[in-house]
Write a protein that binds this ligand. Structure first.
Ligand code: ZN
Length: 447
């Protein structure tokens, strides 16, 4: 039993309940009590007691879009559009092997945990070797974060009109076999699952319509979720108009790729009718504001998505388009981007906290187990220091935390296990992760 007591508890339950002085009690992997004031006496006896006075207690943050291998390829194509950036990076990614992916994923997940991320996706879509998904899952098990790897894929090479060079694409049949094998080996449907697989062909300009359709059939026959990139840039919109005679959203609807089991990365360039069709089908969106800014892709219509009832989560996106790689930063970026678009009420701190927790859980189909601090939910909890130099003296703890994005992480529990304490990663040696990532990055450059 662990008792967190004395901090400002933002539960992110349906009513948005907050306790300015509250408690959270954890038994094993589950939350057993959340409320105002001190924890009930019967729950404190023999428990590990943590004084969270001066801290903000939130659900662990959920990262809904990422490419962990990109940790090794930061700083490339620094001033390029998405298509030019991809064109420069595809040949680098073609040299990835399992050691490189493991080193990049381990460092990246350690860094994500230090930014309050208790659950992360990964969208891995470059397979010059077959065992790269396994390397990311082994990394996540070492770091201790909850992990939703998405078996990505590309089968539309440049010789057939796609953007990627043929050398980084795979054969469609091989993709489907490998994806099914990954589900059979790793997917855990149980409520407390630490690993769940999703099916994730990469994008309209790197995947055939046939693969999109067959991937959706496979995912639905296996009861796993679907993920892809959509409507990220104006270039993609133009590609879809020229290739398919449709907008990206119309193309996806025709492929039977909208529904409550689908979440889509970016969705920057959406018409009113596209937003309505996402809302009507329960399709969720992974909003990645820093990456969109880095690539000059545009700013997603987050206020309109929320108002239409589209479930929205936050994503860091791969570090090659977001060198910061910190999930808590995305709350600040999302507020800045939304307010630049729509004024100071366009996205509140409580709303952005909900996107980063409950919204993310909904993207991953985990809303019954994750995303809020309520008895019966899984014990994924972040405790943030608001009593140190950068934060002390602020008035509204949730707003100051979200907008500063720099509060030290006092504690991160994942499934009831401490992964971070006092801004130190407990599950792996940060120095070793850094050295291994540096060596793997150097090997990749040298190849
Ligand atoms: Zn992406």
């Amino acid at each position: 039993m662990i008792v967190l007591e004395g901090g400002h508890v933002a539960t992110v339950d349906d009513a948005g309940t907050e306790y300015p002085v509250g408690h959270v009690v954890i038994d094993g992997s589950a939350l057993v009590a959340v409320g105002p004031g001190p924890a009930p006496d019967g729950l404190r006896d023999g428990a590990e007691w943590v004084d969270t006075t001066g801290c903000l207690v939130t659900p662990g943050l959920v990262n809904t879009h990422h490419h962990l291998y990109q940790w090794l390829t930061r700083g490339y194509a620094t001033d390029s559009t998405l298509f030019d950036w991809l064109t420069e990076l595809y040949p680098v990614w073609a040299r990835l092997d399992a050691d490189a992916v493991h080193a990049g994923a381990s460092a990246n997940l350690g860094w994500l945990a230090l930014s309050g991320c208790s659950t992360s996706t990964d969208h891995h879509y470059v397979f010059p070797q077959p065992n790269l998904l396994d390397a990311t899952i082994e990394a996540a098990r070492e770091i201790g974060v909850r992990f939703h790897p998405c078996r990505g894929s590309m089968d539309l090479g440049s010789s057939a009109g796609g953007l990627p060079p043929d050398e980084v694409t795979e054969d469609r049949e091989a993709i489907l076999i490998a994806t099914e094998a990954a589900i059979d080996r790793w997917h855990d449907p149980s409520p407390a699952a630490m690993t769940r697989i999703a099916v994730a062909p990469c994008s309209p300009f790197s995947v055939t319509a046939e693969l999109m359709r067959e991937a959706a059939e496979l995912a639905r026959s296996k009861g796993v979720r679907l993920h892809t990139h959509l409507a990220e840039t104006a270039d993609e919109d133009e590609f879809c108009q020229q290739t398919y005679g449709q907008t990206p959203a119309e193309y996806l609807a025709e492929l039977d790729w909208l529904g409550p089991d689908v979440w889509l990365a970016h969705c920057v360039h959406l018409s009113d009718s596209a937003i309505a069709s996402l809302a009507g089908t329960g399709t969720a969106v992974a909003h990645c504001p820093t990456s969109n800014g880095r690539l000059g892709a545009g700013s997603a219509r987050v206020r309109d998505l929320i108002d239409a009832g589209v479930p929205v989560g936050l994503g860091v996106d791969g570090a090659a388009s977001n060198e910061a790689g910190r999930l808590v930063d995305e709350l600040r970026s999302a507020m800045v981007v939304a307010r630049l678009r729509g004024g100071p009420q366009a996205l509140t701190a409580r709303e952005v906290l909900r996107l980063a927790t409950g919204g993310g859980a909904r993207c991953l189909g985990r809303e019954a187990e994750l995303g809020s601090l309520e008895p019966g939910k899984l014990a994924d909890v972040a405790v943030w220091r608001l009593d140190e130099l950068g934060q002390a003296g602020g008035v509204d703890p949730v707003f100051c935390w979200a907008f500063s994005s720099s509060a030290p992480l006092r504690l991160l529990l994942v499934n009831g296990r401490a992964v971070v304490a006092e801004s130190i990663l407990l599950t792996a040696d940060s120095g070793r992760l850094a050295r291994e990532a540096a060596a793997a990055g150097a090997r990749l450059v040298g190849r």
